[in-house]
Design a protein around this ligand. Structure first.
Ligand SMILES: Nc1ncnc2c1ncn2[C@@H]1O[C@H](COP(=O)(O)OP(=O)(O)OP(=O)(O)O)[C@@H](O)[C@H]1O
Length: 331
C-alpha cells in the first residue's frame, strides 16, 4: 500500500480520496447519492450532519464493511475496491460508539487482536500492547489483565482507541467514538485524543453529531445533508466564519460566534500598543492562545482590556471590543 511520507503526516499515514461514491441499499434507499472528498495524509476530517444523512455509510464504505454502488475510494494511490477487504480492514483502525471490545478477553488480548491476526511474534505483540496502553493513559500492569466489564466507560473507550492503533494502521475511522461517555469525561478524552493525534498523526475520519466536538477535533469539517450531499468542507474557523449555505448557517447555529472564538487565536494584528506605564490589575493572556479563553479571562476580571504576553513578556493590549469582533460573522 502506498503511503504519503510528507512532513506533516505520521509514519504510514495515507490520504483518503473519495471519488463520486454512491450507495444505494438493496431496498432502494439512496443513502449517498454522489460524494467526492479528499482527506490529506495525517489530517483529521470530521463528518457531521443530521441523522440519517449517510455519515456512517460513508465511513463504512472506506473500510468496505459496506460496498459502494459506484465511485472510487483511494488510500494513497491504491483503489480500496481492488484489494482483499479482510486485508484492507487490518490496515484500517475502526473505533465505534460502544467500542465493541470482546467481553471475554482481557484488555491486553483485545488490544492484541489485529497483531494476532497478522501473526506478529509474541514478544513484539506484548511490547506493542504495553506501548499502546501507556500511550492512551492506562497503566499496562494494572489494566492489561482486566476484562472490559471491569473498566469505566472512558477507560473502555481508550482501550478501543489502543486496539484500533495496534497494527499501526494507515487510516483510522471513528464512528461517534466519544458519545457513550458523560460530557466531562468526553471533553477529557477529546483532549487526550488530540495529544495522541499530535504524536501519531494518523489520517482520521471521525463521525459525530456534536458540533463542539467537530470544532475541537477537526482539521477540516465536512457538513453533509440528506443523501450524503456535501454542503461545505472547510476548516472549523472558515465553517463558523462563513457558512456556505443557509443549510450550513442553520446547522452551525446562532452561537457560532462563540464557537468561532474557540478556534481563533489571539494574533499580533488585533493588538493595541501597550500603555506608557505598567498595566496593573489586568488579566494576562498569551499570544497565540484562543480568543475564547481570552474572553473568559476578561469576563472573569470584568476588565475592558487584557495584557497579551509572549514568553511572559507584555507585547500588546487586547480590548473587549476587538475580541468580540473576532467572533462576529463575516457575512
Ligand atoms: N442496510 C440498510 N438498508 C437500507 N437503508 C439503510 C441501511 N443502512 C442505512 N440505511 C439508510 O441510509 C441512510 C443513511 O444511513 P446512515 O446510517 O449512513 O446515516 P447517519 O448519517 O450515519 O445517521 P445517524 O447520524 O442517525 O447515525 C438512512 O436513511 C438509513 O435509514
Amino acid at each position: 500500500m502506498n503511503v504519503t511520507p510528507g512532513t506533516t503526516a505520521g509514519h504510514g499515514a495515507a490520504s483518503i480520496t473519495l471519488e463520486g461514491i454512491r450507495k444505494r441499499y438493496p431496498d432502494g434507499t439512496e443513502a449517498v447519492r454522489e460524494l467526492s472528498l479528499e482527506v490529506k495524509a495525517g489530517e483529521l476530517t470530521v463528518l457531521i450532519g443530521p441523522s440519517g444523512c449517510g455519515k456512517s455509510t460513508v465511513l463504512r464504505m472506506i473500510n468496505r464493511l459496506i460496498e459502494p454502488t459506484d465511485g472510487r475510494i483511494l488510500l494513497g494511490d491504491d483503489d480500496v475496491t481492488r484489494v482483499d477487504p479482510v486485508a484492507l480492514r487490518r490496515r484500517i483502525g475502526y473505533v465505534i460508539q460502544n467500542v465493541g471490545l470482546f467481553p471475554h478477553q482481557t484488555v491486553a488480548a483485545n488490544v492484541a487482536t489485529v497483531p494476532g491476526l497478522l501473526r506478529w511474534p509474541r514478544q513484539r505483540t506484548r511490547d506493542r500492547v504495553h506501548e499502546l496502553l501507556e500511550l492512551v493513559g492506562l497503566d499496562p500492569g494494572q489494566f492489561g489483565r482486566r476484562y472490559p466489564h471491569e473498566l469505566s466507560g472512558g477507560q473502555r473507550q481508550r482501550v478501543g482507541v489502543a486496539r484500533a492503533l495496534a497494527a499501526d494502521p494507515v487510516v483510522l475511522l471513528m464512528d461517534e467514538p466519544f458519545s457513550a461517555v458523560d460530557p466531562i469525561v468526553r471533553t477529557r478524552l477529546q483532549e487526550e485524543f488530540l495529544r495522541l493525534q499530535a504524536e501519531v498523526r494518523k489520517t482520521i475520519v471521525l463521525v459525530t453529531h456534536d458540533l463542539d466536538e467537530a470544532v475541537r477535533l477537526g482539521d477540516r469539517i465536512a457538513v453533509l445533508s440528506e443523501g450524503g450531499r456535501l454542503e461545505q468542507y472547510d476548516s472549523p474557523a472558515a465553517l463558523l466564519g462563513s457558512p456556505a449555505s443557509p443549510f450550513v448557517r442553520e446547522f452551525v447555529g446562532a452561537d457560532r460566534g462563540i464557537r468561532r472564538l474557540a478556534v481563533t487565536p489571539v494574533t499580533p494584528e488585533v493588538l493595541d500598543p501597550l500603555p506608557a506605564g505598567d498595566p496593573v490589575d489586568l488579566p494576562a493572556v498569551p499570544l497565540g492562545g484562543s480568543a475564547y479563553d481570552a474572553l473568559g479571562a476578561l469576563l472573569t476580571s470584568a476588565a475592558e482590556h487584557a495584557v497579551v504576553t509572549e514568553d511572559g513578556r507584555p507585547v500588546g493590549m487586547l480590548s473587549r471590543s476587538r475580541l468580540l469582533a473576532l467572533g462576529a460573522p463575516a457575512d
